[in-house]
Design a protein around this ligand. Structure first.
Ligand code: GDG
Length: 466
């Protein structure tokens, strides 16, 4: 039987609780079906460029193959091209793109290093599944080494509209490398459309109605596979003693108060300053919330080596301080801002007693927090999901209250509607959303991507050494 080789920037550890959305999803998938996971080990060691050491260990059903980076590779590939060029550009933030001459050179060479290690690990029948924007050119590098395996790619972040994609430094080269995959998975139908429009408008190739796109002499299948969460695992956390303790303690403290909860890495794509403005507007416009509704914002640090992240932290701290200064009383603090990683079991507990899940990214591939919030709501008294229309999740989760987070006034009105929604409407919305979250969980997502990868016609190989 063919093995599954998963490749992602950061190597996860299926035996430990995961932090980011990608790790959460892949832990679920690999623990279910087993295979090899290849990724950056998290170590920075002093090796020559392109010489990253590989260490392999077995954890349960999964073989973990970690590749070290050196400091220049970390700075220029990870913090550089991946997180200072591709991440902001793909999230429509061209104003935050910052380039250095070395970025793309290192991006290419780290992908080549990954390819060399994978080529030694892989067997002819193995299926390779590459994840995310750090590794777009990996298939091209693998093909250049002669690999004929089926190779799929899943993009966890949005695919930008063609005008934005056209502004990406080295963008045409990057897009060309996508055509070395057999299957490209996107989070939403809107992303698939953007990809096809890019091919039509910028690569000047005819695009048919189906899911295949041909350019540079290669044909790739492009489809949407909305990612899901591990519903059973997350719900099971609520049965743990720690979760029950948190729930009891928070209920006692709350005494009729309402929690509005937001959880995300402190990233500018997540719209956190706008969320503070929305909450401030709610308190100003609907003063019945003063002393009653509390915004719990958990925002653990991320990518602190990139300047834009220091700026967002400062802005958020200033805004949450301003809201607290304006409205706090001796016995009530309107914003509880936590800039630390919170244990997953506690997140499940906090979500389950929150009257509103406030998920208002300015742009997001999917957003698993929206699904996690819904998955642990009590069916007899569920809370309400307020969800940005710019999260990929909005394409499926249409029974949430969908908002435009740039419109502070209208979103504050919707937040008030969520806080005062009658039980019957909350239950109706919850039933519909909960069914969707269960039906499209991470196991289904993984299965449907792999089935599609097994069923697409593999690429023929002219031009593999391009
Ligand atoms: C990328 C895409 C796409 C957050 N804070 C804590 C914590 N988390 C967990 C959440 C959730 C995960 O991290 C975040 O996932 P998201 O999907 O919301 O966002 P990204 O990290 O940006 O992930 C995204 C995803 O990939 C999957 O394809 O949905 O669009 O950007 O699981 O709960 N977990 C713990 N403590 C925290 O403080 N334990």
């Amino acid at each position: 039987m063919s093995r599954l080789i998963v490749v992602s920037n950061r190597l996860g550890d299926p035996s430990k609780p995961a932090k980011g959305g990608l790790a959460v999803a892949l832990n679920g998938a690999l623990n279910t079906i087993g295979g090899v996971w290849v990724g950056w080990s998290g170590n920075i060691s002093e090796t020559a460029d392109g010489d990253g050491k590989l260490s392999v260990r077995q954890v349960g059903k999964v073989e973990l193959a970690g590749i070290d980076l050196n400091q220049a590779e970390y700075d220029n590939y990870y913090l550089g091209y991946a997180n200072s060029v591709l991440w902001p550009a793909f999230h429509h933030r061209l104003d935050l793109v910052s380039t250095e001459p070395e970025f793309d050179k290192f991006y290419r060479s780290v992908n080549r290093t990954f390819a060399h290690h994978i080529a030694r690990l892989v067997e002819p029948e193995d299926v390779i599944w590459v994840h995310d924007y750090h590794l777009v050119p990996l298939a091209m590098e693998l093909r250049a080494l002669g690999l004929k395996n089926r190779i799929g790619f899943f993009l966890h972040i949005p695919f930008p509209p063609s005008q934005i994609a056209a502004a990406i430094p080295d963008g045409v080269w990057l897009m060309r490398t996508l055509f070395y995959y057999d299957l490209i998975g996107f989070q939403t139908q809107a992303d698939v459309t953007n990809f096809k429009l890019y091919a039509e408008r910028r690569l000047d190739v005819p695009v048919e109605d189906g899911d295949q796109v041909t350019a540079f002499g290669r044909t790739v299948t492009a489809r949407s596979f909305p990612i899901g969460m591990d519903v059973d695992q997350f719900r099971a956390l609520l049965d743990e003693e720690e979760a029950q303790e948190v729930i009891t303690r928070l209920r006692e403290k709350a005494r009729g108060r309402k929690w509005i909860t937001g959880v995300e890495r402190l990233d500018y794509s997540k719209g956190l300053p706008d969320r503070m403005r929305i909450f401030q507007r709610l308190l100003r416009k609907y003063p019945d919330n003063i002393g009653v509704s509390t915004l719990v914002q958990i925002a653990p640090p991320t990518r602190e080596g990139v300047d834009a992240y220091a700026d967002i932290r400062q802005e958020l701290e200033q805004l949450s301080g301003a809201v607290n200064g304006e409205f706090a009383t001796i016995d009530w603090t309107p914003v509880r801002y936590i800039h630390r990683q919170v244990a997953r079991v506690r997140l499940a507990a906090i979500f389950s007693i929150s009257k509103v899940g406030l998920v208002t990214p300015l742009r997001d591939g999917m957003n698993l927090v929206a699904k996690e919030y819904v998955s642990v709501q009590p069916p007899d008294d569920p809370g309400v999901l307020v969800l940005s229309q710019f999260a990929g999740a909005a394409e499926e989760m249409t029974e949430a209250l969908l908002v435009n987070p740039y419109d502070v006034e209208a979103t504050a009105d919707t937040l008030q509607r969520a806080l005062t929604m009658p039980l019957e409407e909350r239950q109706e919305r919850f039933q519909a959303l909960s069914g969707k979250v269960e039906d499209g969980d991470v196991v289904t997502w993984c299965r449907s991507f792999l089935e599609a990868l097994h069923s697409v016609k593999p690429q023929s190989s002219p031009g593999d050494n391009a």
